[in-house]
Design a protein around this ligand. Structure first.
Ligand SMILES: Cc1ncc(COP(=O)(O)O)c(C=O)c1O
Length: 476
C-alpha cells in the first residue's frame, strides 16, 4: 500500500514534469479553442470515475487528470478570452504557486511562517504605497475580491455601528457594485432593506447627490447609515466612482468608505494611469485582486485598511491552544487580521512574479490592456450598425449590434446569439452583460500577450456572426 505522506518514489517522473512544463509552455503558445466544454461522452467518462480502495501509479493518474479533467476548461488565461474578468496568470505566478504548495507554510502565524509572513507584510506595504495609503495602513492576502469585501465590511460594521443597533444600520452600494458586496453584507447579517442601491449617472458612476439624499432620508427615518461601498473599476464597464466626493460625504456623515478595487486598483501600479484612482488614498478600506490585473493564479486577493490596527479589533482571538504564538513588535499573526486561521502564503507568488519581472514590466503589462480595448473600439467603429455603449475604459468596452428595423427585444436576442456563435467558433470568448436594461456584448481585454491582430480579428468575426445571425432575426 502507498504511504500517503511520504514522497512518492516516482516524483520527478517525466509525466509530472511534462504536465507542468507543457502547461507553462502553452501560455506562450495557446491552444486554439478558447473554451473547451466537456461533451456528453467526456462527462459520462468523468462520472464513471470512482475513488479506488487501492491506489494507482502516480504517472497514470497524472496522465488521466491532464487529459480528462484539466483539459475540459475555459482557458481564462488565453489571450483571446475576453469574458468576465479574464485570469491571464503569468507563468511566474504558477511557479510561485507551485513552490508555495510544495513548501506549504502555515501562514496564519509568525511562529510557523516568519519568512513568508515577513514577505507578505512587505508586499502589503508596497501595495498600500502604490495606492497612496498612509504608514498606518495594513492588510492581508485573502482568496479574492469576495473575501476582501467581506473582511472589510466586518471592519466597517464593527467600527461604525454599535453592536446593539445593527438592525438599524444601512450600507450604500451603487447599481453597478459587484454582487459580492451585497452577498458579504448578507453573510454578516444585514437584511435586504439594509442595503441601499444608489442609481448611477450616465457613465455608470455612483450618483453622489442621490447618495446624499438617501443618507439624509434614512437618518430622518431613524436608521443608521454606516458605510458606503464605492467601486474603482466596475465589472461591467470599468467605471470609477467619484471617490473624492464620496469621501467628503463620508466625512460629513461619519461613514466608513470602502472601495472595491478588485478589478481596477491594479492601475495604481501604472504611472500613466494611477491618476484615475484619485481619492482612493482616502478610503478606509480597499479590496484588490491580484488574480485579475496583476496576473496571478487564482486565490490571490488583498484587503487593505487605512488603519491597520482595525482588522485585529474585529478578528483577533486568543484561545488557550494558540497562546505560544504571541508576536513581538513588528511581527504579525495574519490569522488575527482576517477570517481564516490556517491560510496559505498567497502573497509569495506575487512576490516571485515582481522579483523576476520587476514592477516596470507589471506596469507595462497593465497599460497594454488600455490599448487593447481602444483597438477594439476603433475596429467596431469601422463596421456598420455597431453601437458603442461604453467607450474603452480600464480595458473594457461594451457594444451591441443594432441594425434598423428590429425591436429592442430582438436586438437583445441577436446580441446573445452573436456571443453564442463566438463561443462555438472558439476563436475568442466574448459574452454579454446588461446595461440600461439592454443586452450588450462586452470585451474585457487585459492579457499582456493579446495583440492588435487578435483584437481586430475578433471584432471582424463578431461582425460576420452578427450579419449572418441578423438574417434569421429579420425573417422571424
Ligand atoms: C469589482 C469586483 N469586485 C469583486 C469581485 C469578486 O472577486 P472574486 O471573484 O475574486 O471573489 C469581482 C470579480 O470579478 C469584481 O469584478
Amino acid at each position: 500500500m502507498e504511504n500517503i505522506i511520504k514522497s512518492p518514489t516516482c516524483v520527478g517522473s517525466r509525466e509530472l514534469e511534462a504536465a507542468v512544463v507543457q502547461v507553462l509552455r502553452s501560455r506562450a503558445n495557446p491552444q486554439p479553442h478558447v473554451v473547451r466544454l466537456a461533451d456528453e461522452q467526456a462527462i459520462s467518462e468523468l462520472r464513471a470515475m470512482r475513488v479506488p480502495r487501492q491506489g494507482r501509479p502516480l504517472d497514470a493518474v497524472i496522465d488521466e487528470m491532464v487529459e480528462k479533467v484539466y483539459h475540459h476548461r475555459a482557458q481564462a488565461d488565453h489571450p483571446r478570452f475576453f469574458a468576465f474578468v479574464p485570469g491571464p496568470a503569468s507563468a511566474l505566478s504558477a511557479i510561485g504557486d507551485l513552490l508555495t504548495a510544495v513548501y506549504n507554510p502555515h501562514a496564519g502565524n509568525w511562529l510557523e511562517s516568519s519568512g513568508p509572513s515577513c514577505i507578505e507584510q512587505q508586499l502589503v506595504k508596497w501595495l498600500a504605497d502604490q495606492l497612496g495609503l498612509p504608514e498606518s495602513s495594513g492588510g492581508l492576502f485573502v482568496s479574492g475580491g469576495s473575501m476582501a469585501n467581506l473582511t472589510a465590511l466586518v471592519a466597517a460594521r464593527d467600527q461604525r455601528l454599535p453592536a446593539q443597533e445593527r438592525a438599524k444600520g444601512v450600507a450604500y452600494v451603487s447599481e453597478q457594485t459587484h454582487s459580492s458586496v451585497a452577498k458579504g453584507l448578507k453573510i454578516i447579517g444585514f437584511l435586504p432593506d439594509q442595503i441601499r442601491r444608489i442609481k448611477c449617472d450616465s457613465k455608470f458612476r455612483l450618483d453622489v447627490d442621490a447618495l446624499a439624499a438617501a443618507v439624509a432620508e434614512d437618518k430622518k427615518g431613524g436608521r443608521l447609515p454606516f458605510a458606503v461601498i464605492a467601486s474603482a473599476g466596475t465589472t461591467n464597464t470599468g467605471s470609477i466612482d467619484p471617490l473624492p466626493e464620496i469621501r467628503s460625504l463620508c466625512d460629513r456623515e461619519k461613514l466608513w468608505m470602502h472601495v472595491d478595487g478588485a478589478y481596477g486598483a491594479s492601475i495604481a501600479v501604472s504611472p500613466l494611469y494611477r491618476h484615475l484612482l484619485k481619492g482612493i488614498e482616502e478610503a478606509d478600506s480597499i479590496s484588490w485582486d491580484a488574480h485579475k490585473w496583476l496576473f496571478q493564479t487564482y486565490g490571490c486577493g488583498m484587503v487593505l485598511v487605512r488603519d491597520g490596527s482595525l482588522l485585529s479589533a474585529s478578528f483577533h482571538t486568543r484561545p488557550e491552544y494558540l497562546r505560544d504564538t504571541e508576536t513581538d513588535e513588528g511581527q504579525v499573526n495574519f490569522w488575527d487580521l482576517g477570517i481564516e486561521l490556517t491560510r496559505p502564503a498567497r502573497g509569495l507568488k506575487l512576490w516571485l512574479t515582481l522579483q523576476v519581472a520587476g514592477s516596470d514590466a507589471m506596469a507595462h503589462a497593465i497599460e497594454h490592456g488600455f490599448q487593447l480595448a481602444q483597438w477594439a473600439e476603433e475596429e467596431l467603429r469601422q463596421h456598420q450598425h455597431w453601437e458603442i455603449v461604453t467607450s474603452a475604459q480600464l480595458a473594457i468596452v461594451n457594444f451591441r449590434y443594432a441594425p434598423g428595423g428590429l425591436s429592442e427585444a430582438k436586438i437583445d436576442a441577436l446580441n446573445k446569439a452573436v456571443a453564442q456563435r463566438a463561443l462555438r467558433d472558439g476563436f475568442a470568448t466574448v459574452l454579454t452583460t446588461e446595461l440600461h436594461g439592454r443586452t450588450v456584448l462586452r470585451i474585457c481585454a487585459i492579457h499582456p500577450d493579446a495583440t492588435e491582430d487578435d483584437i481586430r480579428e475578433t471584432v471582424r468575426r463578431l461582425n460576420a456572426y452578427a450579419v449572418s445571425e441578423a438574417r434569421g432575426f429579420t425573417q422571424a
